[in-house]
Design a protein around this ligand. Sequence first.
Ligand code: TRP
Length: 337
Amino acid sequence: METSLNKADIVVSGVRPSGKLTIGNYFGAIRNFVKLQESCDQIFCFLADIHTLTTHSDPVELKNSVKLTTAIYLGCGLDPNKVNIYAQSEVREISELYLYLNMLAYMGELEKTAAFKDKIRKHADNINAGLLTYPVLMAADVLIHKGTKVPVGKDQIQHIEMMRDFGSRFNFRYQKNIFPEPQPFSFGEEPIKIPSLGGSGKMDKSGPEDHAIFLIDDDKAIEKKIKRAVTDTGPTEKNSVKPESIENLFYLMELVSEKSVVADFNARYNDSTIRYGDFKKQLAEDMIQFVRPVRERILEFYHNDKLLLEVTNKGADAARKSAQKTMKEVREVMGLK
Ligand code: TRP
């Protein structure tokens, strides 16, 4: 995993549109993306709407998710003057490159991909060719801009390796160095895992709704969810080890509360005078203070169709320009008109 960026890097990353992004997505990914926009000049951040078709997304929902996810990224601080934001489907050259790269992707390697094997298990009734070639479309997303750095989580590293393979296979096959080798990127910190309110595991946007805090949850919803978060019956002796459910709530508190507040509740836990009611009340208050301004900004963008359109048109224009340049070279070396 690369941990440094330089100005000349071309950063490309996609997100599957989902209106249900959580504070887990914020602290795990979006926040880093916002940070990196200061570090380099060419950044492409797109909504992977074509990728969602592999699981037969509903057309109306898809359109709305693309809109809401764009609003979420803007609301979280992505600056459209620094980052090109667009929907993958708006840049038709991506689909064209995907088609050509498919000729260089082998069945064997695609079938072996961890994400594909996982999908087979989960969607046994819909194992389509698009699912199999998911990594080829990802490669097209990045190679089309000659991307060098791809900020992703651990689960996507295998896909980045495959991108490199497809790109260098293309270069070798056509004896021309067209594509660079994209590297996975992270800011050096261990990827953080935001815990669920359900007592164990990570916060999952597609898990039980009550166990996740969504960036567009209103104050009441946040309060209710935290109030109902799983706990145990409380420490019975001093300095006892926290069970996972309590450890998780403390972890969330560390993200949104003042250090002194966390220290205070830790001390109360350790001398076993903590009352979970108070603890949760404080956590809910601080969580609300954190989410409220973000949510308000998101909704402001979400309800401003004109601005959203301006942002994505501008992003798509820049992405198309970059894509057309690459495709001209690609068609030429392939012997296509
Ligand atoms: N597959 C990625 C995910 O599920 C999203 C994605 C699509 C992506 N194309 C990409 C990420 C290209 C990085 C680069 O999170």
